[in-house]
Design a binder for this molecule. Structure first.
Ligand code: ADP
Length: 485
């Protein structure tokens, strides 16, 4: 293998997953190992994780000499590292019950105290490198962002800068880890880190900004998103910094774990199906409707799976529900997120009129059933760095209706506009645009043979990690001075 790469991340499917970042960390390292990279993962050992691992059949052993100590907030935190192997990928779990005792992964507020676990994760990974020394640290989003910044500006760790290359992958610009500047001192950073061209951000401290500046390479999760974040609409205040560093920025589309997301062999489906024989989809529809407790009245099923937050376009989804009902379609929604959206959706469903059914919560099995049993996936995102739901839907023969942003624009082609179309696309963030695109999809669905053709086109496209893993391996090769091979 030509490089040793340690992925430092807050989530990894199937161990801990809240969204797409978890899917990526669960599948990219596996694909990288097939592309000649010794990729491993460094993850917090959240409360209950080792017990869950045991129940899932992954034995977890203490790493020899895996005790480490990190100075933070004027005291020393002790940690220990466990090792397990998931899908052939070595995974190191950083255990510190005081810091990772909260089963909720992400802090509820951006304060020095609440975000301390992720400062410990980054500095802990640097300490762990004494035991397993990578060539490259590959960090994901703000929770890993302090690591490249520490190699550049930490009083102690900057002496190690020449020993490692660093890659930052931005999964979502909306979250940046902004704190009062006093945090720098508490973490042991030198004062010069607080400069306009380093971590300073309108008088505060911005860890993601520091990570962008300090990393040797920055990637985002789709080509389109890599330029959207250089605009004032997409950059969340960091568009200027990203534009300035665009020479080391690239957009690499996320792939799907095609073993996990495979309608031909999905253990969570009542019947498997393939692009040659779609008949199993009808059984999935039946079970899906049973799960939602509704009779099958032959209506087309519009499905939504995702976090109920502004990013996902929940407000235009809400505003379109009655229009969908008038189109004689049924909408099935699974998600959790902001209470305002959860309540508004519940209210809309209970009002009747909308023909919508809503399940609030996180439910892996129901998500698989929705992708398999639905006809059309709704994804009207306000912004979408890559999006995995549309890729899963395409693989499951469920046609996506998406807004043309980020990775959605890179992966979905309008079937009314192109013979290669695999879905339906709209541009303006407006309910009437969204419902019009959905209506176009419903009209096309009346032609069963034509619809099956669109389904098969999506199901036979390659969304696996294969190409993207090669692209990441090329980023590593360049950093190692090996050029593209
Ligand atoms: P994001 O990372 O912004 O949440 P993505 O589309 O990239 O969005 O990935 C979301 C992933 O999380 C998909 O695998 C999706 O199926 C899953 N997911 C989201 N919400 C739920 C939920 N309530 N129940 C089950 N799976 C969910």
């Amino acid at each position: 293998m030509f490089a040793r790469v340690l992925h430092v991340a807050p989530e990894m499917a199937p161990l801990v997953k809240l969204g797409g970042l978890g899917d990526v960390v669960g599948s990219l390292p596996k694909a990288l190992r097939s592309a000649d990279v010794d990729a491993r993962v460094f993850l917090p050992c959240y409360a209950g994780l080792r017990e869950r691992l045991a129940a899932m059949g992954f034995p977890c052993l203490p790493v020899d000499g895996g005790e480490l100590h990190v100075a933070l907030n004027w005291r020393v935190y002790d940690g220990r590292v466990w090792e397990t192997v998931v899908g052939g990928v070595p995974v190191y779990l950083l255990d510190q019950p005081e810091l990772f005792g909260d089963p909720q992964v992400y802090p509820r507020e951006s304060t020095l105290g609440a975000t301390l676990p992720f400062a410990f994760l980054s500095l802990g990974a640097l300490e762990f490198a004494r035991i397993w020394k990578p060539d490259i640290f590959h960090v994901h989003d703000w929770p890993g962002g302090l690591l490249p910044a520490a190699l550049a500006w930490h009083r102690h760790y900057r002496s190690l800068q020449q020993e490692y290359d660093t890659v930052l992958t931005i999964h979502n610009m909306a979250h940046q880890w902004i704190l009062a500047p006093g945090a720098l001192e508490a973490w042991g950073f030198a004062r010069d880190a607080f400069a306009l061209d380093r971590m300073e951000f309108f008088g505060s401290l911005n860890v993601l900004k520091g990570a962008i500046v300090a990393s040797d390479a920055v990637t985002t999760v789709s080509p389109r998103y890599s330029w959207e974040i250089q605009t004032s609409q997409g950059g969340f205040g960091l568009h200027g910094v990203l534009a300035e560093h665009r020479g080391k920025l690239s957009g690499i589309l996320n792939g799907l774990d095609d073993e996990l997301w495979n309608p031909e062999a999905d253990p969570l489906l009542p019947a498997p199906y393939s692009f040659q024989d779609l008949s199993g989809k009808a059984r999935c529809r039946q079970l899906l409707l049973e799960r939602f407790g509704v009779e099958d009245d032959d209506k087309p099923l519009l499905v939504f799976v995702g976090r109920l937050v502004e990013q996902k376009g929940v407000d235009i989804l809400l505003a379109s529900l009655e229009a969908f009902a008038r189109m004689e379609a049924r909408t099935l929604i699974l998600g959790s997120g902001h209470a305002v959206f959860e309540n508004a959706l519940r209210d809309a469903a209970s009002r009747g009129g909308s023909a919508a059914c809503v399940r609030v919560g996180y439910d892996e099995e129901l998500a698989h059933l929705l992708y398999a049993g639905g006809d059309i996936l709704l994804m009207p995102s306000l912004f979408e760095p890559c999006g995995l739901s549309q890729l899963i839907a395409l693989r499951y023969g469920t046609i996506p209706v998406v807004r043309a942003v980020g990775g959605l624009a890179d992966t979905v082609i309008d079937a009314d506009g192109s013979p290669d179309g695999n879905g339906f696309v709209f541009s303006d963030y407006a309910p009437h645009e969204f419902s019009h695109a959905t209506w176009r999809a419903l009209v096309r669905r009346r032609d069963a043979a034509g619809w099956a053709q669109i389904q098969r086109r999506g199901m036979t496209q390659d969304y696996s990690w294969h190409h993207s893993a090669i692209a990441y391996a090329d980023v590593y090769r360049k950093l190692r001075g090996m050029g593209n091979m």
